[in-house]
Design a protein. Structure first.
Length: 324
């Protein structure tokens, strides 16, 4: 089937993204969002050219996605091919944050078209994001964290490796993709620091780890080197670089054993919240986590009532004054 002008513009945009050395995950998100949007515009309004899209069309698309729910806005053939109807979350409401991600991707595309003089009027100029803030999962308690860490089978290579990865993410706040790409040469045990070379923004970042973590890493590196001579800090069972999904699946199973919904970003989020609860500041946290701005980091300021109560008792001004 011949590509429409709309789809050709998407292809040109994807080439531009590749030339900017964006991450594979970001490029895939752009492509998926834009192809679904293009399909919608063609099926609902018979629009085949990007210049024919108006802000009204984009607002209608947002409303359409809100009403249809998860996976209902994808192509019919994709739904059948991937057996999406069998998913437990099929048709469930899509969060405002997810829809905002779609809108951001569409805005980036049309802003690029405008910069390239491919459109006469930019339809996203007055498009605003939906109201609503990202809600974090409740903070894991100390007993829950201990229970999670004790659930890994450290007598096996993969169990020990997954345990170390979980501890490292909780201690440093690094992303799972960053963690999987660490090499032994990037670890400075003397200064308790790691250079992250594979980051979201493609810029190297220095993170630090605790004294406890240093002891864990020393033991792990000696153990790992008995099995594999390559530089990867956390290789797969075959000595290759691990896929994020392999760790995500293992972590989810550990969570199920403890009746806790568990995924890599939740561990990273707990690092951020505990860092703030223990007296860390927002600015240093933003740098540690590799965020593009403080606005991204501010989501971790959300604290549950119990955490706030404990902090209040710890830092109450009156508790520190002898008024007897």
């Amino acid at each position: 089937m011949k590509l429409s002008q709309f789809d050709m513009s998407i292809e040109e945009f994807m080439l531009y993204c590749s030339s900017k050395n964006l991450s594979r995950k970001t490029i895939m998100a752009y492509e998926q969002t834009l192809k679904l949007f293009s399909d919608y515009m063609r099926k609902e309004f018979d629009i085949l050219k990007v210049d024919d899209v108006t802000k009204g069309h984009i607002r209608q698309y947002v409303k359409f996605v809100q009403e249809r729910g998860k996976y209902n806005s994808v192509r019919v053939d994709d739904t059948a091919k991937n057996n999406l109807h069998a998913r437990t979350d099929y048709g469930k409401p899509i969060s405002s944050n997810t829809i905002n991600n779609y809108v951001r991707n569409i805005k980036v595309f049309f802003n690029w078209l405008s910069d390239e003089d491919e459109i006469t009027k930019n339809p996203v100029d007055k498009i605003k994001l939906l109201k609503g803030s990202e809600r974090l999962k409740p903070l894991l308690s100390e007993s829950e964290i201990k229970s999670i860490l004790n659930s890994f089978d450290k007598s096996k290579f993969d169990g020990y490796r997954n345990y170390l990865m979980t501890v490292l993410i909780f201690d440093t706040g690094c992303r799972i993709t960053e963690c999987l790409n660490i090499e032994v040469k990037d670890v400075d045990l003397s200064n308790k620091a790691i250079i992250l070379r594979y980051t979201k923004n493609k810029k190297e970042r220095l993170i630090f780890f605790s004294t406890k973590m240093r002891k864990e890493l020393q033991r792990w590196i000696q153990y790992k080197d008995r099995y594999f001579s390559n530089e990867l800090l956390f290789p797969s069972n075959r000595g290759n670089i691990m896929l994020p999904g392999t760790y995500e699946t293992a972590l989810r199973r550990i969570g199920q054993k403890n009746n806790i919904e568990l995924f890599p970003h939740r561990i990273r989020a707990n690092f951020a919240q505990y860092y703030l609860l223990n007296g860390g500041d927002l600015y240093s946290l933003s740098r540690i986590m590799g965020h593009s701005s403080l606005e991204v980091t501010k989501v971790y300021l959300q604290l549950d009532n119990e955490s706030v109560r404990k902090q209040y008792q710890k830092f109450s001004p009156l508790n520190g004054i002898n008024i007897d």
